[in-house]
Design a protein around this ligand. Structure first.
Ligand code: AMP
Ligand code: GLY
Length: 421
């Protein structure tokens, strides 16, 4: 089969690499890809932007693509899945309507609320004064979220009424996030531990992926500004059997059923960001309509079944009897970012990488290949990922790999995995 992967991050490198390991997969194309995907056997980059839907449709048709897998949220929210399907092309991802679970926080919260799916209490506002009155009524800490897509930067945890008021003014009056911030959700601050609960859905049937945990803050000890994610590991010990049961029965199953009964059946990866409390109860922090980055990198190292075949089953509504086989070892990925990320940073640094094997691999994100040299080209640049007999062992191997990367401008956390140890 021929596979098209859309996107250019570490997630897409890991997805494309996983698919390329199987004999039944002939070619994998990545649009637009990065230096990592350019260097893999059987994988080719194509220079079509991930939001150029007509361009991607023509390519999929010409190259007889059997299944298209969408990495990032932006093309999903634009409706890439609807347009591929209209052309009779197989694609795994949610429709434009269903993608609103991630595309609009107000849509997501209203959906959870009317279906009694556990989440923080909240209200949505377009006007500054009632929003500030609500914050004063509820007190701090409190969470302010821009409604639309804001590349992971639209969430402010306000520790005082002043911080909350500033965030509201910034979003609603200051136009800080443009259209995405013209509405805000103000919600209860939840305490507990977070986990990423990711499943594949075919409209009706659910195939859970291995559990994982991300590290959103830039610096050690979960300090510093929030980022897209600085490292992840799988499995996540915080997801005990009871947490797993609660997540499936109280969150994922009711979500899939309600999306169907409300006339927007959900197909694709569904990623619930969960907050887990001491009683092992779960609440939804957010939904993403795609796989996580960097969660994908350690999860793909553990997946032994062919992801492309699973996505094709998902796109055809045939996940009922599908299974996913997992390597029982732990996997851990350390993100190497450009110094300064998530603020301004330098691009164009020369990077040299160690050899990979079946148990250690450096996935690329913001890199380009120029004259056979790997250059940094983004904020999150690499994800050094390793399998180990347990989490501690995987951590040791991943950091050994990090130390073998030659790149002067890198920044990384030195404590990825600490919550699981
Ligand atoms: P989101 O994009 O909604 O997942 O928010 C980004 C991050 O902000 C989450 O991963 C949490 O760490 C934090 N966060 C979001 N909502 C809440 C909340 N209600 N209570 C506590 N932390 C939150
Ligand atoms: N790692 C968090 C995300 O993909 O949104």
């Amino acid at each position: 089969m021929n596979v098209l992967v859309i996107g250019s991050g570490g997630r897409e490198h890991a997805i494309a690499w996983q698919c390329s390991q199987f004999n039944e997969v002939k070619r994998v194309f990545v649009a637009p890809g990065n230096a990592g995907t350019a260097l893999e056997k059987k994988i080719s980059n194509i220079s079509i932007d991930s939001e150029n839907i007509p361009g991607l449709i023509s390519f999929a048709r010409e190259e007889l693509i059997d299944i298209t897998i969408v990495g990032p949220e932006a093309p999903l929210v634009l409706g890439i899945v609807d347009e591929f399907k209209n052309e009779g092309l197989a694609i795994f991802g949610p429709s434009k309507r269903a993608s609103q679970l991630e595309g609009s926080k107000v849509f997501c919260k209203d959906f959870l609320d009317r279906n009694n799916i556990p989440t923080a209490y909240y209200r949505a506002f377009t006007e500054t004064k009632p929003a500030i009155d609500y914050v004063k009524e509820k007190g701090a800490p409190i969470v302010i979220k821009a409604d639309g897509l804001a590349a992971g930067k639209g969430v402010i945890i306000a520790n005082s009424i002043k911080e909350a008021t500033d965030a509201i003014n910034d979003m609603l009056d200051g136009n800080r996030f443009g259209e995405a911030g013209s509405r805000v959700v103000i919600e209860e601050f939840l305490e507990g531990e977070e986990a990423s609960f990711i499943v594949m859905v075919d409209g009706n049937n659910i195939l859970p992926m291995a559990t994982s945990q991300d590290h959103k803050a830039r610096d050690n000890g979960d300090k510093g500004p929030n980022t897209g994610g600085m490292g992840a590991y799988s499995p996540a010990p915080v997801v005990t059997d009871l947490v797993y049961k609660n997540a499936m029965e109280k969150v994922i199953r009711p979500t899939v059923d309600a999306m169907k009964s409300e006339g927007m059946p959900y197909t694709g990866f569904l990623y619930a960001g969960l907050m887990i409390n001491q009683n092992e109860n779960v609440k939804v922090l957010e939904y993403n309509c795609r796989f996580g980055d960097p969660e994908t990198q350690p999860i793909m190292m553990r997946l032994q079944s062919n992801l492309a075949s699973l996505c094709l089953l998902g796109a055809n509504g045939s996940l009922a009897n599908a299974t996913a086989e997992w390597d029982s070892r732990s996997s851990l990925g350390v993100v190497m970012a450009a110094k300064g990320y998530p603020h301004s940073y330098q691009k164009g640094d020369i990077i040299s990488l160690p050899e990979s094997s079946s148990s250690v691999k450096v996935f690329h994100a913001g890199t380009v290949l120029e004259k056979e040299q790997i250059l940094s080209n983004g904020g999150r640049v690499l994800c050094a990922t390793a399998l180990g007999k347990d989490l501690k062992d995987a951590q040791g191997r991943a950091y050994k790999l990090v130390n073998e990367v030659k790149w002067r401008g890198s920044y990384f956390r030195t404590d990825i995995g600490f919550k699981g140890l």
